[in-house]
Design a protein around this ligand. Structure first.
Ligand SMILES: Nc1ncnc2c1ncn2[C@@H]1O[C@H](COP(=O)(O)OP(=O)(O)O)[C@@H](O)[C@H]1O
Ligand SMILES: [Mg+2]
Length: 449
């Protein structure tokens, strides 16, 4: 029996800067190729990430986490994005910055648990009775609209559906008939009606109708065989957080609109967990643990770390990937100093991947890839200049100069970026170390006055 899959889980955030990344670029033996899938160098980290993808797919990472540690701009987020690409789109991947946990709208632990539950998918299977077949006759019984007599609306309709083996005629309500009109359903369409909810879906045009009228550009489908009335299995993918929100609203889980941000009672989450466990036992649902990537981990404080450590032990926890550019530093909210500012009991659970600063030729290659991805042409000298800026400042700074430099090139009436365009862009846009240096000087002056 065919099934229909509706995806709601994917929520990629802020990955514009990483759109060139398609995967980890490894061979069958999990060895990193020098340049592949949009990634350059950083081989050890990519190979480590490759093993982790294997472990995640085999379900052997439960209760564990990953820390990607390295200087700013060394590709920590890039590696995490590559991991998500390797996992495939069936596995939820949620990206947040630890700064997002602090808001006026909800407690920080609440924000964290919601993020964790957004990273767990639930594939729900549902059996429903549907009517399915080719529309061979459709007659509306039109009456004046009681609210606007100049309009005519269907009071009811008579619908004949045919499969290869059966033909049945139904008398349908005005409500359903209006849906037919709105969707433009006509003879020759193959449709499916959910018998209980009355939801109508057009599957396509029947082959017969397409041949007869020579319709171009419409999807042609085979006329179904068997009976018109049949049982169908549907598959929905939602996240635990979707279910929490729906249950908190006491609505149906299939009416998932709007994304309110608000706190959810723990009882609601417990009830959802109980229900999911029951569904899993009954074979009606399947859990798909995904990945929660938390950038800027140093912004998490001791309370968040403790909460997360506990939550990671639950059977309904996602795989956590943390990213940090701090060395030995203070754990926020304490006077305790520890590696990466992360408590040792959490560190014990983490597999650690290190990203190293890039070498000159790697920076150059990454700039080339980013330029190509953005459709920007660079002269050889311009490429050299950007590489130099990447080495002296940061790679992020260099890649960010691409777009404004291209604008300057266009102003000159050229579609190739030259050194002068890069220089002009680097004069107006400063690197973050320069801007913080400037503000520090400014502060000193203000204090003196
Ligand atoms: N090895 C790499 N190959 C290709 N592009 C990379 C690589 N490492 C980083 N980048 C790109 O360089 C930019 C900065 O890297 P990013 O992952 O944001 O660094 P970090 O998260 O460590 O601060 C991003 O646009 C990223 O996609
Ligand atoms: Mg990053």
């Amino acid at each position: 029996m065919a099934s229909e899959i509706r995806e709601i889980t994917q929520r990629f955030e802020r990955i514009g800067a990483h759109s060139h990344i398609r995967g980890l670029g490894l061979d069958e033996n999990l060895r990193a190729k020098e340049v592949a899938d949009g990634l350059v160098g950083q081989k050890k980290a990519r190979e480590a990430a490759g093993v982790i993808v294997k472990l995640i797919k085999a379900g052997k990472m439960a209760g564990r986490g990953i820390l990607i540690a390295g200087p700013p701009g060394s590709g920590k987020t890039a590696i995490a994005v590559a991991i998500s690409k390797e996992l495939g789109k069936d596995i939820p991947f949620v990206q947040v910055s630890a700064s997002e946990f602090y808001s006026a709208e909800m407690k920080k632990t609440e924000a964290l648990i919601q993020s964790m539950r957004r990273a767990i998918g639930v594939r729900i299977k549902e059996r429903r009775i549907v009517l399915e077949g080719e529309v061979t006759a459709l007659d509306y019984n039109m009456v004046p609209n009681p609210y606007n007599p100049t309009q005519r609306i269907p009071e009811s309709a008579s619908l004949t559906l045919a499969t290869k083996d059966e033909k049945r005629t139904f008398s349908v309500s005005g409500r359903l008939a209006i849906q037919f009109l709105q969707q433009g359903i006509e003879v020759g369409d193959v449709i499916m009606i959910d018998k209980e909810s009355g939801r109508v879906a057009i599957i396509g045009k029947s082959e017969k109708a397409t041949k007869k009228y020579d319709l171009g550009g419409v999807e042609t489908v085979e006329i179904p065989s068997g009976s018109v009335e049949r049982e169908r299995e549907f598959t929905y993918v939602v996240t635990l957080n979707d279910l929490d929100e729906a249950n908190a609203r006491r609505g149906s889980i299939f009416s998932l609109f709007g994304s309110q941000t608000r706190e959810i009672d723990n009882e609601v989450r417990e009830a959802v967990d109980e229900q999911i466990k029951r569904w899993v036992e009954e074979g009606r649902a399947e859990l798909i643990p995904g990945v929660l990537f938390i950038d800027e981990t140093h912004l998490m404080d001791i309370e968040l770390f403790a909460f997360m450590n506990r939550a990671m032990e639950s059977e309904m926890a996602p795989i956590i990937i943390l990213a940090s550019n701090r060395g030995i530093s203070r754990i926020r909210g304490t006077d305790i100093v520890s590696p990466h500012g992360i408590p040792v009991d959490l560190l014990d659970r983490l597999l650690i991947i290190i990203t190293e600063p890039y070498k000159r030729d790697e920076i150059k290659k990454i700039i080339e890839i980013r330029a190509e991805e953005s459709g920007i042409k660079l002269s050889e000298e311009a490429k050299e200049k950007l590489t130099q800026l990447g080495e002296e400042n940061s790679m992020r700074y260099a890649t960010q100069l691409l777009a404004p430099a291209f604008e300057y090139a266009k102003l000159r009436g050229s579609y190739e970026v030259e050194v002068e365009d890069i220089e002009r862009a680097s004069k107006v846009f400063v690197d973050v170390t320069q801007s913080s240096e400037y503000l520090r000087e400014w502060e000193e002056k203000m204090i003196k006055e």
